[in-house]
Design a protein around this ligand. Sequence first.
Ligand SMILES: Cc1ncc(COP(=O)(O)O)c(C=O)c1O
Length: 384
Amino acid sequence: MDYKLLEGIDRRNTQCLKWDNCAPDVLPMWVADMDFPCAPGIMDTLKARISHAALGYTRRAEDDDRAVIDYYARHHGMRIAREDMLFTPGVVKSLLLSVHALTLPGEKVLIQPPVYGPFTRVVNLAKRQLVENPLRETESGRWEMDLEDLDRKLEGCKLMLLCSPHNPTGRVWERETLQKVLDLCKKHGVYLVSDEIHCDFALDGHVHTSVLTLKGADHGVAAAVSATKSFNIAGLDHSTFLIPDADMRAALAEKAAEIGMGGGNLLGVLATTAAYTAGDEWLRQVKEIILENRNMAVEQLTRAGAKVYPNEGTYLCWLDLRAFGKDCKTLSQELNERAKVRLNAGTDFGAAGEGFMRLNLAAPPSLVAEGLSRIARYLGELQA
Ligand SMILES: Cc1ncc(COP(=O)(O)O)c(C=O)c1O
């Protein structure tokens, strides 16, 4: 293992949301960023650039766009044209833009809870009507889409926001399922916007399918991607919105112009290009560690009485702690204060997450092992 991935980094006092929001004795395993040093190619590029004296307005070079196109072709079999791309300051901003550009106040937008909190937030804040097609847990212990319910609920909607791979359940949706989703969107005349920020973390033989590789994806479909999650550069606020449909893209670009939203953070652009051109081996090694951590979490927390959903994708593990009879507020408080570990409350992902918690596994195994033993000890005390 190269890149000092096993050693960990001291992130305290670095304006770090994940660590600096926790008491010194609390181990943060919540917000989705990684406790790994960035790929050297990224850091070298940034250091070289800031040694230049001016940091003025930014223009992406052709090579920057080429890096995005080549990366998604190489990793995900996508064929992106340069004009398909719109740059935004983050994937959540792409979702927000979609709601504002593709729907009017009062119109219906569909999401699939439990799901990453901003999905609900961007719809509610824009005063659109939220329609929920809840995921359901099947006998196999996996979360699945309810496609019959989706067919009913899409009637009258304008937009569906899809999370693929899915945060927090860790599901990597199969091509057949995604094709059915797109077919249903087309049947009901609904735009499909897919948040694929976790696309690089399909683990263990699972394969991420971008909605843009489905049949019929040339109209009414877009995918929001970013190097920020995969390469631990989320503080740089830069992402790519892939929109092959020219009319849809024009609507999104017009709204972006209207509200003054643009991509082009200088360091974000440079770091993204460096990640996409020189980050493959770093990412491969990070994924190996995450898989090892996931297996460790499944083993130890299952033994401690939790129901664990092994994440097929993402580096986030979804835990059902309902058997312990405590709500998320109590679980969060006790984990924080007694176990000295911070996780995300399941209710961050909607009411359907009550009694669940989400665990971030993107850290050196020694750190994850420490966190797991704190959680297991706490669960053991609850059972005693
Ligand atoms: C599904 C999903 N979308 C978007 C984001 C955030 O993206 P950004 O920081 O680019 O807005 C996250 C971060 O955890 C996420 O899990």
